[in-house]
Design a binder for this molecule. Structure first.
Ligand code: TRP
Ligand code: ZN
Length: 861
């Protein structure tokens, strides 16, 4: 509880973007010596410092939870002040050598920030502000230093010693101890510092860069996990090659290391030359990882690798610029994954993710711009807005400039700012300078929060049809009035008679209203708009069910085709939730058409025949009615199951288990098969549980096994409990698979899920100390709309209890569980009051962290 705020104190300070000041002191060089031990580690640091500009201010070093044993300037002990986590050291001249010696306790570190212990190994996490928990330092991304790191440790407990850069020397010491020294020649901010010490084994490989340099690659894991590193290694080499080919970016050190750790707050971390990963984004084999896991591993390995340029060589001036590296790098990993598999399916997945995570954030009390203006705790701003909406901004710039000018802009950006700490503004300016385009209005995308809504209607002849467009950017906290944004809309008109699309065009809607005359239009045009999801907006059109059905069968843009089907489903569901007659005919026929279309990729079919999630349906309603949404959606699912049962069975057997293979076509077949099984189950077919059980028992891979388990876990057949028990028994020693066992139950559509989840929180394998396990149960449950919003309020109480318990151990991870409670405005009065009461209980708790305080108090709005 070291970080807890004392009860009844003033709220924690707000950090503002407009208050940015450049650093008072530079630190061109740092040498660290760490005497590593889980119980107690001693850290000695030597800083070469230089005064920046003309001032008489002392050196300010951030220091958190450190026991300071010595401070010296140019070899002399000095009088320093240490209060409020800042060490102030008086310095006479413009340059000095500052030495500090501190003590830390890695084993007692449950926050997983700074130096901590995980499964007996020692590792670090410094982004955003963890380095100050290791040694006193100006912990801000615009102070760049060259690092020399010497580690000393017991050889038996810590045989492998890794740090950033390249290894330069190592040796033995008395008493079974050894040491290793690493140098990183590239100046870097301290958030990219890392070290790892432990008993690890490596999957080693190498990569020859396009200029002929051989880079040694190693993925370090615990002994038994070595066979599960092959896919990560393949992905890493593919990412290295792709970044050379598509962005012209080459790797710059002799060595690239990756380490997998079991206890990790996030997905992974791009520390220079030493990426540290949550083991779920490294370890995979067909028996334990699903196709989605394999895809996520490839994406995250690529993401962290790509940061070597977008984040490390060019870094952020301050944390308000976080999207500079994260939005850009997410865009880069999305393009990589698209190129490695199906671009259409990847785009659908990315948009689904944006709508599931970012749209709700943008429409709620925690809404913030891609470049935020203020924060209390920066960890709370590693959000879907900064990451995923940020990636959409980069994509829009590319759409507006075209791929060649975009690439020229990227080249200029990297070239101009290599070795610097810069801003989102610098990125946009490089894009403008390289292309000649004027992006002045586009900058609004960085500063204005909220998801724009665009109303589009097509006015047909006489003469050329006209497209009427109108945009509205909703108010968000602190931003009551908005300016119209420049919105790039890819549009086309399809000929209703022939199904052929007339030429696609890019319309830039940059005013509140616009009218576009569409020449060369077909006789009977149907509007296809926001093709490939060219802008991260909500589009409302006056298209009829017949128009949407037509587009879902004929649109030549795969995303638009998927989108038409989703819109058709959504319109149908919203009508029935709002008490209208449930006319399912158009949806049934459109799904029938998709299933019968032999030209379509099975992976695409699987995406397109899935109904919008309950949460997504709720997002489009004025007041979310979780029970009505669940009933309506289940009714439509059942009808689709029954009406098309023969087609589902056909799809199921066509894509029946063949021997496991990781390829796009095999993945698509598995996906469609599990979707078909779900519909056969929804139809109420008597043999459905038996089919699922057979798939479960006979599966030679986790995708099929988990797919069957999900279907069984949602029902109440006799096979359900047997499958859950068998799964548990088989995988009880594999933490990552056990996470799936918790998640499947937390996401169940059964009515008793809230009670089941409460019981699972008392299961001996549940723990608050591992973020993956916590999220697998509690995070998954909070995403299960109907279960979490049980009208009794027990779901809210459960979540608040978990947040408060976790906050004592790991505030960062606790705070990430708060947003579901913040959606209270979207619900009926009874639920809203219950949710608010839990938020109020959280905020009133003595000793709350500033992480949870910020999220909960803002959520009360
Ligand atoms: N920069 C990491 C990424 O690639 C994010 C990250 C890793 C992180 N660990 C963290 C952010 C801990 C906050 C706290 O996306
Ligand atoms: Zn990142």
């Amino acid at each position: 509880m070291a970080d807890a705020r004392p009860a009844h104190t003033a709220p924690p300070p707000i950090v503002r973007r407009e208050d940015y000041q450049p650093p008072e002191w530079r630190v061109p060089q740092i040498s660290l010596e760490l005497d590593l031990d889980g119980a107690r580690t001693v850290v000695r640091s030597t800083l070469e410092i230089e005064r920046e500009g003309r001032h008489r201010l002392p050196l300010r070093l951030d220091a958190k939870n450190l026991v300071v044993r010595r401070v010296a300037v140019d070899g002399q002990a000095v009088n320093y002040r240490f209060e409020n986590d800042v060490l102030r050291i008086p310095i006479e001249g413009d340059r000095a050598t500052v030495e500090t010696e501190v003590e830390i306790a890695p084993r007692a570190n449950t926050q997983l920030m700074g130096l901590y212990e995980s499964g007996g190994m020692l590792c670090t996490q410094c982004e955003a502000e963890g380095f100050r928990r290791i040694t006193p330092f100006p912990d801000r991304p615009d102070v760049l230093s060259r690092y020399r790191v010497r580690m000393v440790a017991d050889r038996g407990a810590y045989p492998v010693l890794l740090a950033n850069g390249d290894p330069v020397a190592q040796g033995e010491l008395d008493g079974g101890r050894h040491w290793a020294e690493w140098h990183d020649p590239f100046p870097k901010p301290c958030y990219l510092f890392a070290l790892v010490a432990g008993s690890l084994v490596a999957n080693r490989d190498s990569f020859v860069t396009r200029s002929g340099k051989t880079v040694q690659l190693a993925i370090w894991v615990r002994e038994g996990d070595l066979p599960k590193t092959e896919h990560a290694m393949t992905s890493l080499k593919a990412a290295m090659k792709w970044d050379e080919e598509v962005f012209g970016r080459e790797y710059d050190l002799e060595m690239f290391n990756i380490v997998a750790v079991a206890d990790f707050n996030f997905g992974a971390m791009e520390n220079k030359g030493l990426n540290i990963f949550n083991s779920r984004y490294i370890l995979a084999d067909p028996d334990t990882a699903t196709d989605a896991d394999y895809d996520a591993i490839a994406g995250v390995v690529a993401h962290e690798y790509f940061h070597n340029w977008s984040g490390n060589r060019v870094t952020c001036r301050d944390w308000f610029q976080l999207s500079l590296k994260e939005g850009f790098t997410v865009f880069r990993d999305q393009q990589f994954s698209a190129d490695m598999g199906s671009p259409a399916v990847k785009r659908i997945e990315d948009v689904r993710m944006l709508r599931a995570a970012q749209f709700p954030e943008d429409g709620g009390p925690l809404a913030h711009p891609v470049r935020p203006d203020s924060y209390i705790e920066i960890s709370n701003f590693y959000t879907a807005t900064v990451y995923n909406k940020g990636a959409e901004l980069i994509r829009m710039i590319r759409t507006i400039l075209g791929p060649e000018k975009f690439r020229a802009g990227c080249d200029l950006y990297f070239d101009r700012h290599d070795g610097q700490a810069v801003t989102c503004e610098d990125f946009v300016r490089a894009m403008e300078d390289a292309s000649g385009a004027d992006l002045s209005r586009f900058r609004l995308w960085y500063s204005q929060a909220g998801t724009p809504r665009v109303r589009a209607s097509l006015v047909r002849g006489p003469g050329s049809p006209r497209l009427l467009l109108e945009q509205e950017v909703p108010p968000t906290p602190g931003q009551p009035a908005k300016q119209p944004m420049p919105i790039p809309l890819r549009i086309a008109l399809l000929d209703e008679a022939t199904g052929v699309a007339a030429d696609e065009r890019l319309v830039l809607l940059d005013e509140a209203k616009a009218e576009v005359v569409l020449e060369r239009a077909p006789e009977r045009p149907v509007l296809s708009i926001n093709r490939d999801f060219s802008a991260p907006i909500i589009v409302e059109t006056d298209r009829t069910a017949a128009d949407l059905a037509f587009l879902s069968a004929h649109d030549d843009d795969p995303f638009a085709r998927y989108e038409a089907m989703q819109q058709l489903m959504l319109d149908t569901l919203i009508r029935s939730v709002s008490g209208g007659a449930a006319d399912h005919h158009a949806v049934v026929e459109a799904v029938r058409h998709a299933l019968a279309d032999r030209a379509l990729d099975p992976a695409f079919v699987a995406e397109t025949v899935l109904l919008p999630s309950e949460t997504f349906i709720g997002d489009r309603m004025d007041t979310v009615d979780p029970d009505a949404i669940h009933r309506s959606r289940e009714a439509l699912r059942a009808e689709l199951g029954r009406e098309l049962e023969a087609l589902w069975r056909q799809a199921y057997s066509t894509h029946a288990a063949n021997r496991y293979e990781y390829s796009s076509s095999a993945k698509g077949a598995r996906r469609l098969r599990s979707v078909a099984l779900g519909y056969i189950m929804a139809a109420g077919a008597a043999d459905a549980p038996v089919l699922a059980q057979a798939q479960f028992d006979g599966a030679d891979n986790m995708t099929d096994r988990q797919g069957a388990l999900v279907v069984l876990a949602n029902g109440d057949s006799a096979e359900r409990q047997a499958a859950l028990s068998a799964f548990y028994d088989r995988y009880r020693d594999n933490a990552l698979v056990l996470d799936k066992w918790f998640s499947v139950q937390a996401l169940s559509t059964r009515a008793d899920t809230p009670a089941q989840v409460e019981a699972l929180a008392r299961h001996p394998d549940f723990t608050l100390s591992n973020p993956n396990r916590l999220r697998s149960l509690v995070g998954a449950f909070a995403a299960n709309q109907r279960a979490f919003h049980d009208v009794s309020g027990r779901g809210y109480r459960f979540l608040a209890d978990m947040i408060l318990a976790e906050d004592k151990l790991n505030p960062q991870t606790a705070a990430r569980l708060v947003p579901p409670l913040g959606r209270w405005r979207r619900f009926d009065e009874q639920r809203a009051a219950l949710m608010r009461a839990e938020l109020e209980r959280i905020v009133a708790t003595a000793g709350l962290s500033k992480d949870v305080f910020e999220q909960a108090s803002k959520s009360l709005g």
